[in-house]
Design a protein around this ligand. Structure first.
Ligand code: ADP
Length: 497
């Protein structure tokens, strides 16, 4: 039988995975290869692009070999990737001119401040790209490479160098150098892409001193990106789905239309709400970004995005620094051993508070401690702090979009915690849907590829595959929820002051 599967190449910040997905959207198997995190100086983070490539190729080939698959068995490949991470390479040799500058890297913070700190430039960038100027996005990372790698600027100006986010570099390598392309979701995270006009913005390219010849072609997220043509790899498999990780997860959660939202509970939390064909301006400093679209939509679709800096990481902290738990999973049983936190609140503002508070200088607090406070209360307060922060974000997003999120789709490591999910539903007074397959990022890439190559017919077919969710429904009376939320707001106020 041919075309039995689609494969997602799930290129993350710490590992590359190849995921085999069948027609019922089940994850049949995956192979994961970690790669080196390079920290050349405090605040700097790099990856070796070729190590990323080989970890991705290695996981792909091992998966194919393990299941005895040939090119004919694979209908298409979808790629989802860590966003913003910046690679510049010489297409005549395939050699990167330097290590990739990773999204977390802060080396260009000063550069961004110099170029964009005045109100007019900030507004220019915000209005064109939907982003607030920051070193996080690709633009200043490219500038840094051109200015600091000997000879790079001259070579770039002569048209001898290419830029890409990780998706683009992988596509270029996988197609044997034939395709230099990205998709709108990745482009929208570079701070160089005009999300309203759907093109690289010449004014911004000029501001950052980046020759337009370096920039990849932007193709629809679900559509052709060429086919595999790499020595030793099965040839001729279509690459036909591409999205940045968070947008891939939104798509994998079947959030295809306005008002649908997902939250990923990982180290941090990422909340994205689909806003249809409207690019919503945020009054709460959330970012406006492009959502991945199914084929045939015919217009750009947008999303609002916000993040919680410390999500599941509060459990890591309770495990590694406080020694309150042995594993993150253990937090559920400990928290369930008490009916509530006994009035204790943990505000994990380790690196400041994000939306809607935006207090960069705030630091964490624990308040409401009494002589009766024990380990269970603290762990429970830690878990609840994740839900409160997400609730604040949901509220800010709904206000921005003038829309009510009826059902929150959840995924990520910490979404496995039933107590946390129930508390989230209670505090938000919303339904939560947790899919059986919480690998929604890989699933989103697979969906985008599968739709493009006809493996699945349409988004209705994809939705029908989601029948077996776990559902969490609010069971807390509103006066109790209000009381708890007042306590949280009070704790946040103390944190800020
Ligand atoms: P990432 O992709 O950001 O590395 P994951 O989605 O793998 O993160 O989720 C891991 C995070 O979730 C960790 O911070 C961990 O502490 C937390 N976590 C994992 N399982 C649980 C659980 N059962 N309860 C609470 N937190 C959890």
């Amino acid at each position: 039988m041919s075309n039995q599967y689609v494969i997602a190449l799930d290129q993350g910040t710490t590992s590359s995975r190849a995921v085999l997905i069948d027609h019922e959207a089940r994850m049949v198997d995956f192979v994961q290869r970690p790669f080196t995190q390079i920290y050349p100086q405090p605040g700097w983070v790099e990856h070796n692009p070729q190590e990323i490539l080989f970890s991705q190729l290695g996981s792909f080939m091992e998966l194919m070999a393990r299941h005895n698959l040939s090119a004919n068995d694979i209908a298409g490949i979808g790629i989802d990737n860590q966003r913003e991470t910046t690679i510049v390479w010489d297409p005549s040799t395939g050699q990167p001119i330097a290590n990739a500058i990773v999204w977390q890297c802060r080396r260009t913070a000063k550069l961004v401040e110099e170029l964009c700190s005045d109100a007019a430039t900030t507004e220019l960038i915000r209005s064109k790209t939907g982003l607030l100027p920051d070193a996080y996005f690709s633009a200043s990372k490219i500038t840094w490479l051109l200015d600091n790698v000997p000879g790079a600027r001259k070579r770039a100006e002569a048209g001898e160098l290419l830029f890409g986010t990780v998706d683009t570099y992988l596509i270029w390598a996988l197609t044997g150098g034939l395709v230099h392309a990205t998709d709108p979701t990745n482009a929208s995270r570079t701070m160089l892409y005009n999300i309203h006009e759907g093109c690289w913005d010449n004014e911004l390219l000029e501001l950052f001193g980046i020759p337009s010849s370096m920039m990849p072609e932007v193709r629809p997220s679900s559509g052709s990106f060429g086919q595999t043509s790499y020595p030793g790899l099965p040839a001729g498999i279509p690459i036909c789905g591409v999205a940045g990780d968070q947008q891939a997860s939104l798509f994998g959660q079947c959030c295809f239309s306005s008002g649908q939202a997902k939250n990923t509970y990982g180290t941090g939390c990422f909340l994205l709400m689909h806003t249809g064909d409207v690019a919503v301006d945020s009054a709460n400093q959330l970012v406006t970004t492009i959502a991945a679209s199914a084929p045939g939509v015919g217009h750009t679709e947008y999303a609002l995005e916000g993040s919680v800096f410390v999500g599941g990481a509060v459990m890591q902290w309770m495990r590694d620094e406080l020694g309150l738990i042995h594993t993150a999973a253990e937090s559920e049983a400990l928290a369930a051993a008490v009916p509530d936190t006994g009035g204790v609140y943990v505000v994990p503002a380790f690196t400041g508070l994000g939306a809607p508070w935006w207090e960069a200088d705030a630091r964490g607090t624990i308040c409401g401690i009494t002589r009766g406070t024990n380990r269970n209360h603290l762990v429970r307060a830690g878990l609840e702090s994740i839900a409160y922060q997400v609730a604040d974000l949901v509220q800010a997003m709904e206000a921005d979009a003038s829309q009510h999120i009826e059902t929150l789709n959840v995924d990520g490591g910490a979404s496995a915690n039933n107590l946390l999910m129930q508390f989230q539903a209670d505090i938000l007074n919303r339904k939560l849907h947790r899919p059986q397959n919480i690998e929604t990022t890989a699933l989103g890439a697979a969906f985008l590829a599968g739709l493009a190559c006809g493996y699945w017919k349409d988004t209705a077919e994809l939705k029908a595959l989601r029948a077996t969710d776990d559902v969490f429904v609010c069971s807390m009376d509103r006066s109790q929820a209000r009381k708890l939320l007042n306590g949280w707001n009070d704790a946040v106020r103390r944190t800020i002051s």
